[in-house]
Write a protein that binds this ligand. Structure first.
Ligand SMILES: Cc1cc2nc3c(=O)[nH]c(=O)nc-3n(C[C@H](O)[C@H](O)[C@H](O)COP(=O)(O)OP(=O)(O)OC[C@H]3O[C@@H](n4cnc5c(N)ncnc54)[C@H](O)[C@@H]3O)c2cc1C
Length: 430
C-alpha cells in the first residue's frame, strides 16, 4: 500500500460481461487487476436483459476457453429465423457458422465473475462502489471505492476501465459526454415453459413492419423460452394495466409463434420502459469504457452482450503490452477508441435509426424480401444481424443489386408464415 492508495496495473469497475471479460484477459496477460463490483452477492446478475448472445461473440467466448462452462450451464446454441411480411428467412445452420449462445444471465453472470475472480492476478472486491475518480494532472489515475461499511479505498492504476453499464457513473464523473438517440419502443418480457419454436431450438424474431412493433422468442437453458415484445411507446397504456394479457395478445398476432399462455410463465415480468441509444468516446487518457458504458444499443437486435465481450477484448488487445511496459498507455487507449468507433459506430447509427419506430426503408425492405426467398440472401442478412459483418459490407452496391434481382422475381408479400427458403437439413450441431 503506497501513501496515496493501493497500486494495480488495471482497475476495472463492474463485473458484468464486459468487466469480467476484461479482467480475465488482463489477468492472463500477467497484469495485476482490481475488479470492483457494487453488489456484494457473488451470484448477482443483470435482471433486465434477454439472454441472446449473438454469434459475433463466439470467437471471444472460445478464446476465453469458456465453451465448456457455457455447456455446463445448459446454454443452448441457436441461430435466428426472421419473419417479415415477406415470409420467413430461415437461419442457415452450416457447420462453418459460429453459433449464438443462450443462457440466462442468472447463470451467466456468476460464472463469468467466478472465472474472472479465479484468474491469477485478479483481485475481486465485492460490495465496493466506485464513487470518484482520482486524477493526476489531466489524466485519470485511479478510482475511489466505498465498501458496505462506508470505508473508502483509493485504487491507483495505469488504466481504469469503466465496465459499469448503461448510465456509467465513471462516464459522468469523467465528464465524457454521450451522444443520446431516442428509443421509441418499450419492452416487456418473461420466461415461459413452452415448446420452443416451429424449428426446434432456433430463436424467432418478428418484424411487424409497417407496424413498429417487434417480438422475439428465444429458447434457452432449462427448456425455457423468453418471449419479449418491443412495442411502440404510444401503446404503453394498452400494456401497463395487464402485462400478462398484453404478452399473450402480442404472441397471438405472430405467425408460427410458440403458445404463450399465462399458466406457462416461469418468471417475473421483465420491463424496460426507457432504453435510449447511447455512445461516447471509448477512451480518454487513463480511462477506457467497455460494454454498455461505451455504447448501449437498442436491445431489439440482441447485440449488447456480444459487444460487451468484444469491446473488452479489443481494449486488452490494444493496451496489454503498453500497460506491461508502462509506456505509451494513452496512445494505446486512443487506438482502442478508434477501433471501437470503426467497428461499432455504423451499427450504432443504423440500430438507433430503427429504434425511432420508423418504417423500413426501401433498401431494408428489399433485403428482407430477398432473404425470405433466397438462402444466399438470407445468409448475408444473418451475417449482418449476427454482427459478423459491418453495415458497409451488408450494404455494398453489389449486395443491394443482388437483393433487388431476387426481390423482383419474388412475391411482394407472403402475409402468413409460409416457409420459403427452408435450408436443406445439415449436420450442423444445432
Ligand atoms: C430489455 C433488455 C433486453 C436485452 N436483451 C439482450 C439480449 O438478449 N442480448 C444482448 O446481447 N443484449 C441484450 N441487452 C443488452 C445487455 O443487457 C447489455 O448490453 C449488457 O448487459 C452490457 O454488459 P456490461 O457488462 O457492459 O454491463 P452490465 O451487465 O450492466 O454490468 C455492469 C456492472 O457494473 C456494476 N456497477 C455499476 N456501477 C458500479 C459502480 N459505481 N461501482 C461498482 N460497480 C458498478 C453493476 O453492478 C454491474 O455488475 C438487453 C438490454 C435490455 C435493456
Amino acid at each position: 500500500v503506497s501513501a496515496e492508495g493501493d497500486r494495480f496495473d488495471v482497475v476495472i469497475v463492474g463485473t458484468g460481461i464486459a468487466g469480467s471479460t476484461a479482467a480475465m484477459l488482463y489477468g492472463r496477460s500477467g497484469r495485476r487487476v482490481a475488479l470492483v463490483e457494487k453488489h456484494s452477492d457473488p451470484r448477482a446478475y443483470k435482471t433486465v436483459c434477454g439472454h441472446f448472445i449473438q454469434s459475433h461473440a463466439h470467437l471471444v467466448i472460445e478464446r476465453l476457453g469458456l465453451v465448456r462452462d457455457f455447456e455446463a450451464l445448459g446454454a443452448v446454441r441457436t441461430g435466428v429465423d426472421t419473419w417479415s411480411r415477406y415470409g420467413w428467412a430461415y437461419h442457415d445452420a452450416r457447420d462453418d457458422r459460429p453459433p449464438s449462445w443462450n443462457v440466462r444471465r442468472a447463470k451467466l453472470d456468476p460464472m463469468l465473475r467466478e472465472a474472472a475472480a479465479t484468474t491469477p492476478g485478479v483481485e475481486l472486491m465485492l460490495g465496493c462502489t466506485a464513487t470518484d475518480l482520482i486524477r493526476d494532472g489531466g489524466r485519470v489515475s485511479g478510482v475511489e471505492v466505498r465498501d458496505r461499511s462506508g470505508e473508502v479505498r483509493r485504487l491507483l492504476a495505469k488504466v481504469v476501465v469503466a465496465a459499469d453499464g448503461r448510465q456509467s457513473t465513471l462516464g459522468k464523473l469523467a465528464g465524457v459526454e454521450e451522444t443520446v438517440k431516442p428509443n421509441n419502443r418499450f419492452a416487456y418480457a418473461a420466461y415461459y415453459r413452452v415448446n420452443p419454436t416451429v424449428r426446434d431450438k432456433q430463436a424467432q424474431v418478428w418484424f411487424l413492419d409497417p407496424d413498429p412493433d417487434y417480438a422475439i422468442a428465444s429458447p434457452t437453458d432449462d427448456g425455457l423460452v423468453q418471449f419479449a415484445g418491443f412495442i411502440s411507446k404510444d401503446r404503453l397504456g394498452d400494456w401497463k394495466g395487464d402485462v400478462e394479457a398484453a404478452l399473450v395478445r402480442h404472441a397471438a398476432r405472430l405467425p408460427d409463434a410458440p403458445a404463450i399462455r399465462p399458466e406457462a410463465r416461469e418468471s417475473k415480468f421483465i420491463a424496460k420502459l426507457e432504453m435510449p441509444n447511447t455512445i461516447r468516446r471509448a477512451a480518454i487518457p487513463g480511462l477506457a469504457f467497455v460494454g454498455d458504458a461505451a455504447m448501449a444499443a437498442d436491445p431489439v437486435w440482441g447485440v449488447g452482450c456480444g459487444w460487451a465481450f468484444e469491446s473488452a477484448e479489443w481494449l486488452v488487445e490494444a493496451t496489454a503490452d503498453a500497460v506491461a511496459a508502462d509506456q505509451g498507455v494513452d496512445r494505446a487507449l486512443a487506438d482502442y477508441a478508434k477501433t471501437h468507433r470503426r467497428r461499432l459506430y455504423g451499427h450504432f447509427l443504423l440500430t438507433s435509426s430503427y429504434s425511432t419506430g420508423r418504417r423500413f426503408n426501401p433498401i431494408e425492405r428489399l433485403k428482407l424480401r430477398a432473404a425470405a426467398n433466397d438462402s444466399t440472401a438470407a445468409r448475408h442478412m444473418q451475417d449482418y444481424t449476427e454482427r459478423l459483418i459491418t453495415p458497409g459490407r451488408y450494404l455494398t452496391p453489389r449486395a443491394i443489386a443482388r437483393a433487388a434481382a431476387v426481390a423482383l422475381r419474388s412475391p411482394r408479400s407472403r402475409g402468413g408464415g409460409a416457409p420459403s427458403n427452408e435450408p436443406q437439413p445439415t449436420s450442423a450441431a444445432n
